[in-house]
Write a protein that binds this ligand. Structure first.
Ligand code: APR
Ligand code: PHB
Length: 391
C-alpha cells in the first residue's frame, strides 16, 4: 500500500491530522492497535480551548459540538470551606472554554473520516515505523494474521504515551523530562445533573476533588487518591461519601448521586520528549508529552500539535517548502512547555502532597487566597486556562 502520510494511532491527534490533511487533498492511512469500540469506551477529559474548537470546525466536525457542547465563562476554586469564582471571560476579554467530552470528539472525527472514505485500520498488530531517517519511510503491521506494508512520504506518531513511535527513535537522539506525582485521580461518570453550572476545583485537607460535567444530565467527578488505590475497593457509595467530605457544605448537600457508568484511576504525570521530529517521522500529542489533568491541557496540546503538523505537511506537499517542517518541533515545544508550567502550577496549587510541611501548606493557602483576590493573579490563571495563542 502507498500513501502520503502514514499515521500511527487513531486517538484525537491521529484522526484530526488525517481529516485536516484530507481536506487539503493529502492522502493518509491511520493504523490503530485497538478496536473501534475500545477506543470509544475510553473516558477522558472534557474541556476544549477555543483554538481546539476552531480547529475541529476547520476539520468540519463542529456540527454536533455546536449543538451539544456547553460554554463556560468561569470556574470556581473552593478552599477552606469557601467558593471563589474566577471570571475567565471577563478577565480575558471574552474568551470561554467549551465542555465536550474527548470521547465525543473522537467519535465525531471517526464518523467524519468514515463519511469521506478515510482509511482507518483498527486492530492493527505490531505496527512498526521503519527508515524514517531516509527519504523512503514505511510502516509495517499485521492484521488478521496477514503482514502489511505501507510506503509513505512521512510518518506521524500519534500513538499516545505508550505508543511505538517514540520508542522507535534511538535513545541517544531523544531527551526526556519527567515528573511523577505521588497521587492519582479517581474518576466517576454518572447519569445525574451536575452539582453546579460551573466546574469546581476543590482544595481540601483530605485531598483534591473536581466537579465537572459532560451535559446537563451527565456528571463527572474526580477525587485525588493514592497511586496504589484499586477501583474494585471502591463502591459507588464509598466514592460519593469521600467526594462529599471534600466539597463545601452547600455543594455537598446539593450533590445528586446515582449508579456509576464508569470508574477509573489515572496516575498523574508530567512528561516531555524532545525533539518531536526525527527525519521523516513526527511525534504529536501524548506520544510526545503528558500533563497532569488539573489544567485540562492534554487534548488541547494534542490539537495544537496537529495544527502545526497539518500546516507543515500541507506546505511541503503544496509548495515543496521544508520551512514549517523544520520549525515544527521548536514551535510545538514552546507552547507545550508553557502548558507544562501551567499544569504543574494548578496541580501544586490544588492537591495535598503527602510530603508537604505545614509551612508549604500555608503557602498553598496564601496562593489560593492571592489568586482568588488579585485580578492580576486571576488573569494569569484565566489566560492559561482558556488557552495561550498558537503562534
Ligand atoms: N500501534 C497503533 N496504535 C497505537 C499503538 C501502537 N503501537 N500504541 C498506541 N496506539 C493507539 C492507542 O490505542 C490510542 O488509540 O494510539 C492512540 C493514541 O491516542 P491517545 O492516547 O488518545 O493520544 P492523543 O491522540 O495524542 O490524544 C491526546 O489528550 O486528554 C489527553 O491523554 C489524553 O488521549 C488524550 C490526549
Ligand atoms: C473533565 O471534565 O473530565 C475534566 C475537566 C477539567 C479538568 C480535568 C478533567 O481539569
Amino acid at each position: 500500500m502507498r500513501t502520503q502520510v502514514g499515521i500511527i494511532g487513531a486517538g484525537p491527534a491521529g484522526l484530526l491530522l488525517s481529516q485536516l490533511l484530507h481536506l487539503k487533498g493529502i492522502d493518509s492511512v491511520v493504523l490503530e492497535r485497538q478496536s473501534r469500540a475500545y477506543v470509544l469506551s475510553r473516558i477522558r477529559a472534557g474541556v476544549l480551548e477555543q483554538g481546539t474548537v476552531d480547529l475541529l470546525k476547520t476539520a468540519q466536525v463542529g456540527e454536533r459540538l455546536d449543538r451539544e457542547a456547553l460554554l463556560h465563562g468561569g470556574i470556581e476554586l473552593a478552599f477552606n470551606g469557601k467558593r471563589r469564582h474566577i471570571d475567565m471571560k471577563g478577565l480575558t476579554g471574552g474568551s470561554v472554554v467549551t465542555v465536550y467530552g474527548q470521547t465525543e470528539v473522537t467519535k465525531d472525527l471517526m464518523d467524519a473520516r468514515n463519511a469521506l472514505g478515510g482509511q482507518l485500520v483498527y486492530e492493527a498488530e505490531d505496527v512498526t515505523p521503519h527508515d524514517f531517517d531516509g527519504d523512503k519511510p514505511r510502516l509495517t503491521y499485521r492484521k488478521d494474521g496477514i503482514e502489511h506494508e505501507v510506503f509513505c512520504d512521512y510518518i506521524a506518531g500519534c500513538d499516545g504515551f505508550h505508543g511505538i513511535s517514540r520508542r522507535s527513535v534511538p535513545q541517544t537522539a531523544l531527551k526526556t523530562f519527567e515528573r511523577a506525582y505521588p497521587f492519582g485521580w479517581f474518576g466517576l461518570l454518572c447519569e445525574t445533573p451536575p452539582v453546579h453550572d460551573e466546574l469546581i476545583y476543590n482544595n481540601h485537607e483530605r485531598g483534591f476533588a473536581l466537579c465537572t460535567m459532560r451535559s446537563p444530565t451527565r456528571s463527572r467527578y474526580y477525587i485525588q487518591c493514592a497511586t496504589d488505590e484499586n477501583v474494585d475497593d471502591w463502591s459507588d457509595d464509598r466514592f460519593w461519601d469521600e467526594l462529599r467530605s471534600r466539597l463545601p457544605g452547600d455543594i455537598a448537600e446539593r450533590l445528586v448521586t446515582g449508579p456509576s457508568i464508569e470508574k477509573s484511576i489515572a496516575p498523574l504525570r508530567s512528561f516531555v520528549a524532545e525533539p518531536m521530529r526525527f527525519g521523516r517521522m513526527f511525534l504529536a500529542g501524548d506520544a510526545a508529552h503528558i500533563v497532569p489533568p488539573t489544567g485540562a491541557k492534554g487534548l488541547n496540546l494534542a490539537a495544537s500539535d496537529i495544527y502545526f503538523l497539518s500546516r507543515a505537511l500541507t506546505a511541503v506537499f503544496e509548495t515543496g517548502s521544508n520551512d514549517l517542517i523544520d520549525s515544527y518541533s521548536a514551535q510545538c515545544l514552546r507552547r507545550i512547555w508553557k502548558a507544562q508550567r501551567f499544569s504543574w502550577w494548578m496541580t501544586s496549587l490544588l492537591h495535598r502532597f503527602p510530603e508537604s510541611s505545614p509551612y508549604e501548606q500555608r503557602l498553598q493557602q496564601a496562593e489560593l487566597d492571592y489568586v482568588t483576590s488579585s485580578p492580576a493573579a486571576a488573569t494569569a490563571l484565566a489566560e492559561n486556562y482558556v488557552g495561550l495563542p498558537y503562534e
